[in-house]
Design a protein around this ligand. Structure first.
Ligand code: SF4
Length: 404
C-alpha cells in the first residue's frame, strides 16, 4: 500500500515552530553536510549520520530497538516503507501528521493548488470547497526547489488553479526557474483565460514545456454548462482557449466520456476541427468514479462498449484533420482494435488496478487498466485478450500525458 494522504506520525525531539515543514527524503548516509539541513534521513541500519533536519523511523524498516538519541525523530507507519531518495514529505509536528507530496520514482506527480472552483461539474473527482487554503501555494513553492530537476513531468490541479491569480503565475514562474527541464501540465477549466491580460501574463512567463488541459464537454453551450453546472462557462472557456493560443500557450482539450457527453462526441470533434484546429492535443477520457461522480452514477454511467461508435467517429474526424488525439483511462478489450493506437496507459501508477476478469490478458501491460475506484462500476465486456496480433504495425500509444 502507498500512502499519499495525510497519515498519523509520532514526533519526538525538537522541531521548527512552523505548523508545516517540507522535507526532502534521503537514505544516503554520505550526503554532503550542506544538503542535510533540508533533508530527513530514513533510518535503515544502526549507522545514523549526523546533521539531518530529522530522522524517519519506519515501522518494519528501521531497527525496532534503535535509540536515535536526542535527534528529532518522526515515526511513520509501515506503509511509508517505499520512501526513497528525493521523495518530498510534509511534516506537521503539532498535528502529529505526515504526508508525501512528491515521489521521485513516480512517472506522474500531481500538486493540488486549491480546493476552490467556479465550476461544479457533475463528475468532479475533487469536489470544490470554499476554504482558505492559500498556504498550499507556500508549501508548493517550498517543495519545487527540492524536486529532482530531471523529473520528466509534474501536474498542477485543483479545484481551479487559476483562481489563485497572481499566485498561480508565481508558481508557473517558479517551475520554470527551478525545473526548466520538467514538463508542466496544468488542469484548468480555462475560464480565467477569457481575460486576455491573464492569458498574456501566462504566455509572457515563457515556460519551456507547459500544457494547459481544458475540458470542453459538448459543441452545444447549454450541454457544456449543464455538465459543469455553471451558466456562461462554455463561452468563457472557448474564449480562454483562443486567448491562450493567441499568446502561444499550448492547450489540450479534455473530454470526459459519460452518458451526458458521449452522444454528441462526433459533433464535438467536428466543432474542434472547424473552430479549434490549432489546439495541441485532444484527450478523450474514461470517467473516474470519485467525488461527485459517485453520487451521480445513474446520471453518468454508460458501458464503454455502448459508445464505441461515437468514439470511433470522433477519433476519425480528429485524426483525419491531423489533430493529435488520445484515448485515456479506457480498457483495450472494450475498444475496436483500430482505436488501440490512440489508447494511452494514462492512469497514474499509484491509482491503476486491474479486475479479476483481466486474469491472463496478454495486453495488460499495454492497457490503461482501471482507476482504483472502478469497483463501483465497470464494463460488462471486460475479457482477457489472448491473441497477440496487436504486436503489428500499430503499437499502442505511450503515456505522453497522464490523466490525473
Ligand atoms: S482484460 Fe483487463 S488488462 Fe486486458 S484489455 Fe481488458 S481491461 Fe485491459
Amino acid at each position: 500500500m502507498i500512502t499519499l494522504g495525510t497519515s498519523n506520525a509520532r514526533f519526538a525531539g525538537e522541531f521548527p515552530a512552523e505548523p508545516r515543514t517540507v522535507i526532502r527524503v534521503s537514505r544516503d548516509p554520505g550526503r554532503p553536510a550542506g544538503l542535510r539541513r533540508r533533508e530527513g534521513f530514513v533510518v535503515h541500519s544502526t549507522d545514523i549520520p549526523d546533521g539531518f533536519a530529522c530522522y524517519f523511523l519506519i515501522d518494519g524498516v528501521s531497527p525496532a530497538d534503535l535509540d536515535p538519541g536526542s535527534r528529532p525523530v518522526v515515526t511513520l507507519p509501515a506503509d511509508f516503507s517505499y520512501l526513497g531518495d528525493g521523495d518530498i514529505v510534509r511534516i506537521e509536528p503539532h498535528r502529529g501528521a505526515a504526508r508525501v507530496l512528491f515521489r521521485r520514482s513516480s512517472a506522474m506527480n500531481s500538486f493540488l493548488l486549491t480546493e476552490q472552483c467556479n465550476n461544479y461539474c457533475l463528475m468532479c473527482s475533487q469536489p470544490p470547497r470554499q476554504v482558505d487554503d492559500g498556504w498550499i501555494v507556500d508549501e508548493i513553492l517550498a517543495a519545487l526547489p527540492l524536486i529532482d530537476p530531471d523529473t520528466p513531468e509534474i501536474m498542477f490541479s485543483g479545484g481551479e488553479p487559476t483562481l489563485l491569480g497572481a499566485r498561480f503565475l508565481e508558481l508557473v514562474q517558479a517551475c520554470k526557474s527551478f525545473l526548466p527541464r520538467t514538463a508542466l501540465h496544468v488542469l484548468s477549466n480555462g475560464r480565467s483565460f477569457a481575460d486576455p491580460d491573464f492569458a498574456a501574463a501566462l504566455g509572457r512567463i515563457g515556460h519551456p514545456d507547459l500544457m494547459v488541459g481544458i475540458p470542453i464537454y459538448s459543441d452545444l453551450a447549454d450541454v457544456h454548462d449543464y455538465v459543469v453546472q455553471a451558466e456562461g462557462a462554455f463561452d468563457e472557456t472557448i474564449l480562454g482557449v483562443l486567448n491562450l493560443k493567441r499568446f502561444k500557450v499550448p492547450v489540450e482539450i479534455r473530454v470526459v466520456l459519460h452518458r451526458q457527453t458521449v452522444d454528441r462526441l462526433p459533433d464535438l470533434a467536428h466543432f474542434i476541427t472547424r473552430n479549434l484546429l490549432f489546439v495541441d492535443h485532444v484527450a478523450l477520457m474514461g470517467l473516474e468514479w470519485m467525488g461527485f461522480a459517485r453520487a451521480h452514477v445513474d446520471l453518468l454511467w454508460v458501458d464503454p462498449v455502448e459508445y464505441q461508435e461515437q468514439l470511433a467517429a470522433a477519433v476519425g474526424t480528429l485524426d483525419r484533420a491531423r489533430v493529435n488525439v488520445s484515448i485515456y483511462n479506457s480498457q483495450l478489450c472494450t475498444m475496436d482494435r483500430s482505436l488501440w493506437r490512440f489508447a494511452r496507459r494514462s492512469i497514474s501508477d499509484w491509482k491503476q488496478e486491474y479486475v479479476p476478469e483481466c486474469e491472463g490478458c496478454q495486453v495488460a501491460d499495454q492497457c490503461a487498466g482501471f482507476f482504483a475506484s472502478a469497483s463501483l462500476r465497470y464494463s460488462a465486456a471486460i475479457a482477457p485478450i489472448l491473441d497477440p496480433w496487436w504486436m503489428g504495425p500499430f503499437q499502442i500509444g505511450s503515456p505522453e500525458r497522464r490523466s490525473r
